[in-house]
Design a protein around this ligand. Sequence first.
Ligand code: GCV
Length: 655
Amino acid sequence: MSATPVAPLPDGVDPAWLPPSALRALGARRVRVSGEGPLVATVRGEVAAATAEHGGSLVTEGPVDLALVCAPGDPDGEAFVVRRDGTTTSVTATGGAGLLHGLHHVVRLGEAAFSGRWEPRRHAPRRAIRMLDHWDNVDVHPVMGQVERGYAGGSIFYADGAVRADLGRVAAYARLLGSIGINRVCLNNVNVHRTEARLLTDLLPDVVRLAGVFRPQGVRVHLSVSFAAPMTLGGLPTTDPLDRGVQEWWASTTAAVYAAIPDFGGYVVKADSEGQPGPFASGRDHADGANLLARALAPFGGTVFWRAFVYDHRQDWRDRSTDRARAAHDHFTPLDGGFDENVVLQVKFGPVDFQVREPVSPVVAAMPRTRLAVEFQVTQEYTGQQKHVCYLVPQWSEVLGFRPHGDGDAVAEIAHGVVAVSNVGDDPFWTGHPLAQANLFGFGRLAWDDRLAPEAVLDEWIGLTFADPAVRAPLHEVMDGSWLTYERCTAPLGVGFMVRPGHHYGPDVDGYEYTQWGTYHFADRDGVGVDRTRATGTGFTGQYPAPWRDLYESVRTCPDELLLFFHHVPYGHVLRSGTTVIQHVYDTHFAGHEEVARTARTWGALRGRVPDRTFDRVTELLAEQLRCATEWRDQVNTYFWRKSGVPDERGRRIW
Ligand code: GCV
């Protein structure tokens, strides 16, 4: 009966949502764990540690309060059944992963798992692919740092130009991921630089070590690979996906990976995007490119995650016919049906780039013969960079619940997987902002079951993370609405960006207006917004099926929050809410600022109720958030007042 000891938390590292107190209810019980296998050993290790801490016992016979049973059946099963008979709670699963998920279900329930009577209930993930991508570099990149768009310090995987010798921190991270049901992790940046490309070949032994740390938590590892690898690593004269030599190179390289890591998950590829190499160089399309890798992976059960983030990043701002929002649909929908079974097309949730508000990507509804994964950003590139409180689960929940055909399946039902860019680094709090841990937790929970309410997910996170029940209500006040507050503070009505080019932090209304990146707002003295209609604009609305193609097309039916994404309107245009666009800009920016100030006051009352260092870190960051909200308010309001000449009807101060 083997037990894998719980990885000790390295000194000074925050326990996130698994402090010892989170396992108190379970740890105070008599518990039996039945079954064998590496993940059952993980469960047994968890129970041994919790019972040692809280006075319960791990027993092999006699009556128990909790029976965790791995029964014969599908060993890869992730589902579990939880029931209560008399005074015994039991979790039954056929696979070690299912048992681990069941254990953490009991942990989340706390005392409620051991009281009352309830019907047996089966829990199963709503989708098999629940993945986190790390944009970590082995080396420190001169512009992007070690973790591209990382706001929590350096990489937990790499230091000093190599995989870390001590993977204790990674083991603690794997435990956190296992507890929320994440089952795949990609270990390196999709922008694959020279050293990182070698993770596939001569640095593979280090990837083997990382895979060994994730495995006991049911997490398979993946690598981002460069499409140019046959040339850069293999010395071949071409990367052409139809070239026999290239195919053989990928086949033999992949076979070597699987010889070392039999449960390797597969590849992630950013091709022909923002300077990354791809099949276009050989005159081939993205199905040719993706299938090349898919065929190398197929004999081993591997998957290629092929990103749909392909657009012209060298656009001329004068050119009004090119619309970045159209790009993924234009490139990929003609290829529907042409991808192999083990290709997953990874589509950013919106058509542009992880903005605080975007419509759902039209690609999701347009490729019924392709396996799709929807990609989110847990890392807060455009949503406050983990300096600001921004609980993003409501945004993801809204996206997953969106029905592209009006009725019929929601995004959550269409997508085979959900993927997100991780927000973790070597910061003692993991995520820089301690409250950003809730986004990581929430992503896992929503990936498992998109029907969970964001407030309920937050409630779980608060209950596990903080021992004092009195913090629950104030934390909901601080976090529940923080995404909408962030939206009010920043670019209005879905128009996006208005951030400083490069680092993407803080306001800069015209920052991207005359750049090559295709992200414009077109504000002039009369109005603002991007005309993406079929009638007079770029025709992007036509990429949606009914009813959205028509609802978005008309200013009368377009949802307010997306109005400027789809339309260029005069400042005096009256929104469905009854207010004018210009007044909405003023009102939301004043309101957003006040909400941040209120958040800071609510948080201030938590001194002594949360750990001091958490309190201090959040307090410090809220001061920065308020400074930033002031800057956003004053710059955006002043910009639009100067452009439009329309004063605030409430006479508030604009500069
Ligand atoms: C990894 C945005 C980010 C880039 C990122 C890219 C992507 O453009 O700013 O840093 O590159 O998305 O998703 O590939």
